[in-house]
Design a protein around this ligand. Structure first.
Ligand code: SAM
Length: 465
């Protein structure tokens, strides 16, 4: 039996066990609650107190009692009468499957929030398990909405994605367009602080009945809610670019959403991965890229320039799109805010040592150089608005992005993009590209949970008709 490390303020795990918890996604094939309790509590705290865990719903306590770690005191939050203090709160809201049910549960959730505000120790954690549901009634962004409510009172620290296999309700039957399967559960983490929080600024579209169209769901075979993708090693020429996405991943999307001969756009084309993928699928490619160096690399990757139109320019300006015909599909990945500018990232250190470029450019029009978060999200919304004007009505757009963590706070960039595009697009759903070929680092060791973010959101939208 491992002896608890007195310097470890968060739990009784060894550094190896800590590392195992660091990955931001996991295959959800067993009850995850015991592991969360082990990570977020100690059996005994410095003052001799036994770790107190509060659970909602009560079934977590009754049905799985044998699986829960011993040496903890458990509190049921079913009736919220308890005024005992808690070291950790786990709230399971996965039974909420629609916005109507969410509205019905609002009072209870408010009461749970109040209970945590009163009884949870400061700098201690809350985990919320919840799901978004994509169905014929539209995308019900339940998990994200609940996160918004909690983040009015607590600091949103991080998220873990539970990826289910063989789930009975996995397949969404839809007759009017694409939706991903509902195979992901969010585990959202909040911490109680002693001062005021950043207030959430996203506001999600209310789901609407999907617009009718002659398309059938079987036209879109790629509906996995999550998948593991291991890109091949990068060719030498494109190593120069700090963050390119793999061509074979983009091909899966292009095959799903286009037919050969159609036009595919990437408004932030980088070194041209999506343009190359489009050509590979027999499509014509259109691209815009601000940095002329990347444009040159992209152009050099095309043997035949006939099926590609690549513009050096700013994707936020209408004139950059003037040369394109009507487009059938767009796929793109923006800078993940100004994260490449943040010091201390291990990848950035390696790139510096190798003499490679660490950010996209010094151009003030480069979205990766905008420090103000709201201004950055608004710029992306502007760019995708220009894309919408060129996209055929009912055409799809896929945006690959991460929620970003900066200075210990999560900025839900993926969710904010969904909220910001609601006037131009209907949100169809999120898929997760999960990485399992990256080295893990024990960030936050002994003090706080900071995951290694190895899941990317692939958000698909449909242009409003
Ligand atoms: C995440 S990278 C895209 C990488 C690309 N998907 C690839 O695989 O090579 C984002 C790109 O957006 C470009 N960019 C940033 N701001 C831009 C703007 N306002 N207009 C056009 N491109 C921009 C950057 O130069 C960078 O190459």
């Amino acid at each position: 039996m491992h002896t608890p490390d007195p310097k470890n303020r968060l739990n009784d795990l060894s550094s190896r066990q800590w590392l195992q918890f660091q990955k931001s996604w996991f295959v959800l094939d067993k009850n995850p609650v015991p592991e969360f309790i082990q990570f977020f509590t100690k059996a005994t705290y410095e003052d001799g107190r036994t770790g107190h865990v509060a659970l909602y719903t009560a079934s977590l306590l009754h049905e799985n009692r044998d699986e829960l770690p011993a040496n903890r005191k458990y509190i049921s939050l079913e009736n919220l009468n308890s005024n005992q203090v808690a070291d950790y709160v786990y709230i399971d809201l996965t039974h909420i499957h629609s916005n109507d049910q969410l509205r019905g549960a609002k009072q209870k959730i408010d009461a749970l929030i109040e209970w945590c505000a009163r009884n949870l120790f400061e700098r201690h954690y809350i985990t919320i398990a919840a799901r978004n549901i994509h169905s014929d009634n539209g995308s019900q962004l339940i998990a994200w909405e609940i996160a918004k409510w909690f983040s009015e009172f607590f600091l949103q620290k991080d998220e873990k994605i539970g990826c289910r296999v063989n789930s009975g309700e996995a397949h969404v039957e839809k007759a009017d367009g694409w939706a991903p399967r509902n195979t992901v559960t969010y585990f959202l983490h909040f911490r109680k602080e002693n001062n005021a929080q950043r207030k959430p600024n996203f506001s999600f579209p209310v789901p609407e009945a999907k617009e009718t169209s002659p398309l059938k769901n079987e036209d879109y075979p790629f509906t996995d809610g999550w998948y593991i993708h291991r890109p091949p090693r990068r060719e030498k020429g494109v190593l120069l670019h700090p963050a390119k996405f793999p061509e074979d991943l983009v091909e899966r999307y292009i095959e799903n959403f286009t037919h050969p001969g159609e036009w595919v756009l990437d408004p932030m084309a980088g070194t041209g991965s999506s343009l190359l993928a489009a050509a590979q699928c027999g499509c014509k490619a259109a691209g815009i890229e601000l940095n002329p160096e990347f444009v040159d690399i992209a152009k050099s990757r095309f043997a035949d320039g006939n099926s590609v139109k690549l513009i050096t320019g700013d994707a936020a300006e209408a004139k950059s799109y003037a040369a394109f015909p009507q487009l059938d599909y767009a796929i793109t990945s923006p800078p993940y805010w100004d994260m490449l500018r943040m010091r201390g990232s291990e990848t950035q250190k390696k790139r510096k040592d190798a003499g490679l470029q660490r950010w996209y450019s010094d151009d003030p029009k480069d979205a990766g150089n905008i420090a103000d978060y709201e201004q950055f999200v608004n710029l992306l919304a502007d760019i995708y608005h220009h894309v919408a004007l060129k996209l055929k009505p009912g055409g799809y757009l896929t945006v690959i992005v991460k929620n970003v963590k900066k200075k210990g706070v999560i900025y839900p960039l993926a969710w904010d993009i969904v909220a910001a595009l609601k006037n131009d697009y209907i949100f169809c759903g999120e898929q997760f590209w999960c990485q399992d070929d990256q080295r893990l680092f024990p960030f936050g060791y002994r003090n706080a949970w900071v995951s290694n973010t190895f899941h990317h959101y692939c958000l698909t939208f449909r242009r409003r008709t």
